[in-house]
Design a protein around this ligand. Structure first.
Ligand SMILES: *Cc1c(COP(=O)(O)O)cnc(C)c1O
Length: 459
């Protein structure tokens, strides 16, 4: 790859401009601070999405709550609002301190999107929201219902028959397909999920059992999305959920922030000038972490610091943000293979929409090795009795990587955070896991045991 030309420059020239590329292409665990980061008030002026857009999404989800509560009885307790708990993980905090030889001052919490109802991952936010919005548009345009009506009406033969004239297509490494597939089929749509090679068999099986058409590819996610887009262009009654560019997905994710604010108040976690909040979000194409981070910045402004976590073998958002090239490059351009067992994060090319929207609001990115994800997976089971899928562990090492890297330490200094750290809160976003079948979870755990034994043997 020595003399390969990427966007007009050789790899060597890129490495000269961004020395960190040497370590990124060696697929090391590393921490990067965003030099384009700006004060919230400055950054928000350049963004077309506004607080009203998030409020609008929140209201739409409230309108649909009676329907959700009816068709997904597991949401009845929360009255049809799909939300996850936030829990303290002090044993895990101690554990990562030992594992990485690094102190983590402040308290550490886990945002349990692994436990989100309906589809068991962060995709239950954006994916379900986008389909609901599409269904609402169709229903109101066809005079079947008004915004002030009871949305339980969506659970009727009449509505399902109406929606069966329309179809929905999406490309997915797995979890987005689950959320879009489940909600679309429930509403009565025909639904096509185009799945990349990384997608796990059980996810395909589950979708097929719900009446979803699954189309499989031997290639990665980029191929699946091209094919899904192509299919939808051929059919005027087919709606394409565009994971790379969708504002609706993004807004669905962003609603998490105001709900988290209420949850933190309930457990007396302060977030203000003297009590900084650090949030670590596993990142694939960028919509999930981007949307959540956008919402968090609107709520907590400069008092929240958002970091994205990616596998060392597919750091697409890091590459896109650092070079400013966003979707013009993919990890393979720099000789990185894109192969990771964190299937939710196995994305080679980042969303330009998310990169451009968030480029001045994100504090930084860091990368995690698959083996570290597995070790954390095991500790999370052993110490906290929480089962997560590999991708969802990427947020856990955030605090130790922040404090353990020179660039992270400089970020703390530059933002005058040093003497506030004992009053800080760190939230790792656990993005998925509760839908993983028991035997698969067991195989993850066994893989983690093998890795731990190997590490113990060689150390
Ligand atoms: C999709 C997913 C992510 C990342 O979301 P993107 O929108 O692709 O960035 C993280 N973790 C899990 C488990 C996911 O399924």
């Amino acid at each position: 790859m020595g003399n390969k030309i990427i966007q007009g420059k050789s790899t060597e020239e890129w490495k000269k401009q961004f020395p960190l590329l040497n370590r990124i292409t060696s697929m090391e665990q590393l921490f990067w601070v965003n030099s384009r980061g700006e004060k919230f008030e400055d950054a928000i002026k350049k963004i077309s999405l506004k607080e009203e857009d998030v409020k609008d999404a929140e209201k739409r989800l409230k309108r649909f709550a009676p329907y959700i509560s009816k068709v997904f009885p597991e949401t009845q307790k929360e009255k049809g609002i799909i939300e996850s708990p936030v829990v303290k993980i002090s044993d895990m905090q101690n554990n990562i301190e030992k594992m990485f030889h690094e102190k983590v001052p402040g308290r550490m919490l886990l945002k349990c999107d692994n436990a989100l109802a309906v589809s068991g991952s962060i995709k239950a936010r954006g994916g379900i929201y986008e389909v609901l919005k599409y269904a609402e548009n169709l229903a109101t345009q066809n005079n079947m219902l008004k915004e002030t009506d009871d949305y339980s009406a969506f659970d009727s033969h009449e509505f399902r028959k109406f929606f069966s004239q329309y179809s929905i297509a999406v490309a997915s490494t797995g979890n987005l397909g689950l959320s879009i597939g489940i909600i679309s089929a429930k509403l009565g749509f025909k639904v096509y999920v185009h799945m990349s090679a990384d997608a796990r068999q059980w996810k395909k099986d589950l979708l097929r059992s719900r009446g979803v058409t699954v189309i499989e590819y031997k290639e990665d996610y980029s191929r699946a999305i091209v094919e899904a887009r192509k299919q939808s262009l051929l059919d005027p009654n087919m709606y394409f959920v565009d994971d790379e560019n969708s504002r609706d997905l993004f807004l669905g994710y962003s609603v998490a922030a105001c709900r988290l604010k209420n949850q933190l108040e309930k457990i007396h976690v302060q977030v203000d000038e003297d009590h900084p909040l650090f949030v670590y979000l596993p990142c694939g194409v960028g919509g999930g972490p981007g949307g959540v981070a956008f919402g968090l910045k609107l709520v907590f402004k400069d008092n929240v610091h958002c970091f994205f976590a990616e596998p060392t073998h597919s750091p697409c958002m890091l590459l896109g943000l650092m070079t400013g090239l966003h979707d013009k490059i993919c990890v393979q351009d720099f000789g990185i293979d894109g192969i990771t067992e964190a299937d939710g994060l196995a994305v080679a090319r980042a969303s330009k929409f998310v990169g451009k929207t968030m480029e001045n609001l994100i504090s930084g990115c860091y990368t995690v090795e698959d083996e570290t994800l597995y070790m954390l997976l095991k500790s999370m089971v052993d110490l906290e009795d929480i089962s997560l899928e590999p991708s969802a562990l990427a947020g856990i090492s955030g605090p130790v990587q922040l404090f353990g890297n020179e660039s992270g330490k400089k970020y703390i200094e530059d933002n005058n955070l040093k003497n506030k750290l004992n009053d800080a809160c760190h939230i790792s976003w656990a993005t998925g896991g509760s839908m993983v079948p028991k035997d698969i979870m067991k195989s993850y755990y066994e893989r983690a045991e093998d890795i731990s034994n190997k590490k113990a043997f060689f150390s």
